[in-house]
Design a protein around this ligand. Structure first.
Ligand SMILES: Cc1cc2nc3c(=O)[nH]c(=O)nc-3n(C[C@H](O)[C@H](O)[C@H](O)COP(=O)(O)O)c2cc1C
Length: 193
């Protein structure tokens, strides 16, 4: 039976979106039934004002279906990507997480595999804490957070908690080959778990 995969992301400057797209293409290539969803961002205009690159993928991002917790109920694998904001997930991603409360009591997400990714300005900016915020959310929902295997990715300095890409102070350093290869590798591994 084909695996069902949901990729949920928040993105203002386009980097988490580009990573979501990469995951989407890879899961599709593997034959998974895949959907890509964006979380609602009521603060988008305010955040976007700060970044010259914010307009680049805005229309593409807005064209993507809005995420709702109920749309993930039949997923086997959930990929969650958030920009690191103050060493945590973004407010928009946190609002999305909080919308799961009706499902928490009944453990509706129990046993699903969760994989986290983030983008952050710098490697000192708390990306690992953002990844862990996603993983901890997943554990509260009964999901199984999937780590990055150390033997595979240690040479590229990815944290164990998920994939991180560093975008620089202007958020304009787009995901490069190492990130794309890591996404491909993690997709294969998640498909075979
Ligand atoms: C409100 C806010 C808080 C941020 N906090 C951090 C931070 O704590 N650490 C960091 O490295 N980058 C921080 N950044 C930079 C974001 O991580 C960066 O803009 C984001 O990764 C870009 O992702 P996107 O292109 O998908 O929007 C912050 C940006 C904003 C707007």
């Amino acid at each position: 039976m084909s695996k069902k995969v949901s990729i949920v992301f928040h993105s203002v400057c386009g980097n988490c979106y580009l990573m979501a797209r990469e995951f989407y293409d890879e899961f599709k290539k593997c034959g998974a039934e895949t959907q890509m969803l964006r979380v609602k961002d009521s603060n988008y205009a305010e955040l976007a004002k700060q970044f010259a690159v914010a307009g680049q993928y805005k229309n593409e991002i807005m064209d993507i279906e809005e995420a709702k917790a109920e749309k993930l109920l039949d997923s086997d694998i959930i990929i969650m990507g958030s920009p690191t904001y103050y060493g945590n997930v973004s407010g928009a991603m946190k609002c999305f997480m909080d919308s799961f409360s009706p499902y928490w009591m009944e453990a509706a997400f129990w046993g699903k595999k969760l994989f986290a990714y983030t983008t952050a300005a710098t490697s000192e900016g708390g990306a690992d804490m953002c990844l862990n915020a996603i993983n901890i959310f997943g554990q509260h929902m009964g999901m199984i957070p999937v780590p990055v295997p150390s033997n595979l990715l240690s040479t590229q300095s990815f944290p164990a908690y998920g994939l991180a890409h560093y975008v620089g102070d202007y958020s304009n350093m787009r995901p490069g080959r190492d990130t794309v290869l890591a996404i491909k590798e993690m997709t294969d591994r998640l498909m075979n778990l």
